[in-house]
Design a protein around this ligand. Sequence first.
Ligand code: WTA
Length: 572
Amino acid sequence: MSLEALPVVQGKYNLENYEDTCANFDWSDTEKQFSWYETGRVNMAYEAIDRHAETFRKNKVALYFRDDNREEKYTYRDMKILTNKAANVLKTHGNVEKGDRVFIFMPRSPELYFAILGTIKLGAIVGPLFEAFMEGAVKDRLEDSKAKVLVTTPELLGRVPVEELPDLKSILLVGNDIEENDIIVDFNKRLAEADRKLDIEWVEREDGLILHYTSGSTGRPKGVLHVHNAMVQQYQTARWVLDLQEEDVYWCTADPGWVTGTSYGIFGPWLAGASNVIVGGRFKPDTWYQVLEDFGVTVWYSAPTAFRMLMSAGDELVKQFNLSELRHVLSVGEPLNPEVIRWGLKVFNKRIHDTWWMTETGAQLIVNFPCLEIKPGSMGKPIPGVEAAIVDDQGKVLPPNRMGNLAIKKGWPSMMREIWNNQAKYDSYFLPGDWYVSGDSAYVDEDGYFFFQGRVDDVIMTSGERVGPFEVESKILEHPAVAEAGVIGKPDPVRGEIIKAFVALLEGNEPTDELKEDIRQFVKKGLAAHAAPREIEFRDKLPKTRSGKIMRRVLKAWELDLPTGDLSTMED
Ligand code: WTA
């Protein structure tokens, strides 16, 4: 436990007094700030974009976009028109209707954001797919969700096994010189000619909004469904935690293929009416600092792996940039090491604020508020209106300083409403007492600060990306030389964890370095680069239960030189 605390920095924050707010706050206070509270007509995209285009924010920049080839900006008024047009393209050329699943599989670009918001304006459910996914990963997700329309690029189309996806009726391609046919539609051409007027599809607060596929320790990736009501918490946390104010320029570095890139790359900042910076292309320390300087970023939301990479790029580099506009820095996705917080103080003269939440929770739940002292090593305190606790496996609340399951009392506004097509999986998240169990272990100190300790299950967090060992193992098993595979997260100073695979080969295969590389490439090409094991170790046999399940816990113990624990369920 850390005894040092970083004092509050003077400033005018959207949340001034944490304790008072916790005592007096009710989510209906937030609900009253949306137009639907009076009109009864709900749509996330309306609240995030169109509403501002009807106010003094009309000509405010909503989106600054930069990548290696493009530098563009769009006002709220532009965004309203372009998302209307995108909706019209989806309606006219994809027959998209309320409740349909529309998947978006492409690198970051303004069109990606038009397509996501256009889908939402039609009341359809949007499924963002990380651009690095390969054929197997793409197929699993489109198949499970029965996606009807896909928006992608000509470069990525090769990874979409169209013939094997009978539900997929239209593909909108974002690129140049697209040849249209029964299935393929030229998105840009149709966007240019589309009507700029649209009758938004008004939905219920509990209607589906977005489907994020994410990984657990067992089974295929699962579709986490969020509903329009998530905006209540996404807006409120954008105010309290991101502390977005009228003049802020905000940059969230996450890709919309992951939940941070939608909840806080799209919804939160635009609900709050901020100017949102979106940067495509690969991570490079100097280009990142350049973004902070060029756009005058004031609020910056990133992840520990990125901070560690910046840290290892050296302090001389950061001194070459003028980062004087930066006022608030936040982190999410993995434990934020105290060293990183100290480095942030040294080079930015800013406290980095940790935030904890998950794909399933839809929005931040435990955070370091700007108005609170930070205890380095702690994720902070629960959002007002949210009850968090450490519980045992029966759902009994544990006293301070005892390690257990980090759990949240059911009922926060942005909670997932469904695991797509899998009620049993959804139910498995809850313990008696209406506790949602996160899968993280943690403890809470006497002052109410939560400290992350690790995952309870086998989920791997590598560079802030969540990878399920089962998905990687399944892919490795498809390799013709492989008999058995077990995958674990191995601690790594920069990436948090790296993926390590233990592999037993089929008879007749030599355990060579070339074969290791071949297996790596096989996963990279079949699943995704970030899911490919960085380390592979050959073993004659892997530890299994009598029912044939690979015992990852034993693999982890081997790797870390720890005692293997109870082996009574292991086969002979
Ligand atoms: C981990 C990302 C430590 C945790 C928004 C959680 C964290 C998983 C933190 C969810 C944090 C997230 N400190 N660990 N501040 N934030 N995690 O679904 O293990 O991609 O369960 O959502 O990331 O990852 P996911």
